[in-house]
Design a protein around this ligand. Structure first.
Ligand code: SAM
Ligand code: SF4
Length: 419
């Protein structure tokens, strides 16, 4: 039987697209393998959001040169955000690659599936479902709009039909994906929004939980906040990237909101949705970010106390507004120091937030096993580990938390399956 190997880095959107590509190849009769050397088709699903990710993609591509030499019949293809509109240039730089295709597309040398997307036959209990592609925002540092194009939403009936099929195949939790998920629907006839989609999906029998990411603060409406508060399957977890605590830097980033507006939004969310877990993204070392401006970010994080913070050092992306107009003038060592400072601060905050769960009972959806322990997540997205001899996969379980850390919880099953 012919085999395929898919290598994926980057965001959840890439992971979802790789999963669907794998299902499509399986429908065509290919079998998954974890070893590139034995595969008939190799697909690299790339990310270039930062230079470090791009370097990993290029290293992986170069490491496959010798394999292609020995096995010229193996098809090597690249998709994801490395693929820009200048495919001829890419072909010149990587002549050993047979095909480049746009993120979310299907391999161009194979027949297109009759009904796209092709969904996994045996999905995990929790799956990602892309609902809106692309981004219209053009934040000054970000390559995504240039690689994934403008926003395109899928219709509510199409998404609902897909979720029903997935639930029928055993899925209990769905995470709706978009680079800017809360702007969902503005490009569709009648302009339905994410709140409308959530209420439609909330009614699907057998589905237990709904999440969505990533949100843009300027598109988080009061209607959406009300929907999260009132719909029982929508989990108490919101991603809300702030990127900086300085208004000058936010302006240079072209984020479209001020720190004051962001703070007001967090207050509104927390007052309407008790127990909500918030996560955010931060970029440190943006061009000309002064020490006091960085300190404003530190202060904002100390004040708002997020459950999770994803922090990245600014990386100039050729073709973006910031890379063209602003000098990357914060030295790497200084960026690293700022990054470490935020990570340390957040470790302390997450330690305290998670410690409050000690001795409490949380409901988790069991998603799999890691090193002999079952692993699941709470509605607020906390990772929980526990031991159990029975098969708990896909079950909703009550776990009594015994031990906490900034990154995860450990506990004991109180009741077996409730789902
Ligand atoms: N759409 C979301 C938003 O509005 O923030 C996030 C999507 S973005 C692809 C994921 C994260 O990558 C961003 O939140 C940002 O922190 C980080 N990122 C994007 N471009 C970057 C750059 N040039 N340098 C460093 N980090 C970057
Ligand atoms: Fe990039 Fe900004 Fe779009 Fe997020 S909103 S994907 S950071 S351009």
């Amino acid at each position: 039987m012919s085999q395929y190997y898919i290598w994926t880095i980057g965001c959840q959107m890439n992971k979802a697209e790789s999963e669907r590509l794998g299902s499509y190849l399986e429908q065509l009769g290919y079998q998954a393998t974890g070893t590139a050397e034995v595969a008939d088709i190799i697909v690299l699903n790339s990310c270039v959001v930062r230079q470090s990710a791009e370097n990993r993609v290029i290293n992986k591509l170069n490491s496959l040169k010798s394999l292609k030499k020995i096995q010229p019949d193996t098809t090597l293809a690249v998709t994801g955000c490395l693929v820009n509109s200048k495919i001829d240039q890419l072909k010149k730089s990587f002549p050993h690659v047979d095909y480049f295709f746009k993120p979310g597309d299907y391999p161009p040398w194979l027949e297109k599936p009759e009904s796209a997307p092709v969904l996994p036959r045996h999905p995990s209990p929790g799956v990602f479902v892309p609902i809106i592609q692309g981004c219209n925002n053009f934040c000054s540092y970000c390559i995504v709009p240039y690689r994934r194009g403008r926003e395109r939403s899928r219709t509510i009936p199409e998404i609902a039909c897909e979720v029903k099929t997935l639930v029928h195949r055993g899925v209990r939790e769905v995470t709706l994906l978009g680079q800017n998920v809360d702007s969902y629907g503005h490009d569709l006839p009648g302009k339905p929004d994410l709140a409308d989609l959530l209420s439609e999906l909330n009614a699907i029998n057998g589905l237990a939980r709904l999440r969505f990411l990533t949100n843009h603060p300027k598109d988080m409406s009061s209607k959406l906040i009300e929907a999260i508060a009132s719909l029982d399957k929508v989990c108490e977890q919101i991603s809300l990237p702030v990127q900086s605590g300085s208004n000058e830097i936010l302006k240079a980033m072209r984020r479209g909101y001020t720190v004051e507006q962001y703070r007001q939004l967090v207050t509104q969310i927390r007052s309407k949705i008790p127990g909500i877990a918030l996560s955010t993204d931060i970029i440190v070392g943006f061009p000309s970010e002064s020490k006091p401006q960085f300190q404003q970010t530190v202060n904002l994080l100390s004040e708002l106390r997020f459950d999770t913070v994803h922090v990245a050092a600014y990386s100039p992306r050729p073709g973006t507004i910031a890379a063209g107009k602003l000098e990357d003038n914060i030295p790497p060592a200084e960026k690293k120091e700022r990054l470490n400072k935020i990570e340390q601060l957040q470790e302390g905050i997450a330690t305290e937030i998670n410690a409050q769960l000690s001795g409490k009972t949380v409901e988790i959806l069991v998603e799999g096993k890691v090193k002999e322990k079952w692993q699941g997540r709470t509605r607020t997205g906390k990772i929980v580990f526990f031991n159990d001899a029975s098969n708990c996969l896909g079950q909703l379980m009550n776990i009594r938390v015994e031990k906490t850390s900034p990154w995860s919880l450990q506990g004991k099953a109180e009741s077996s399956s409730t789902g």
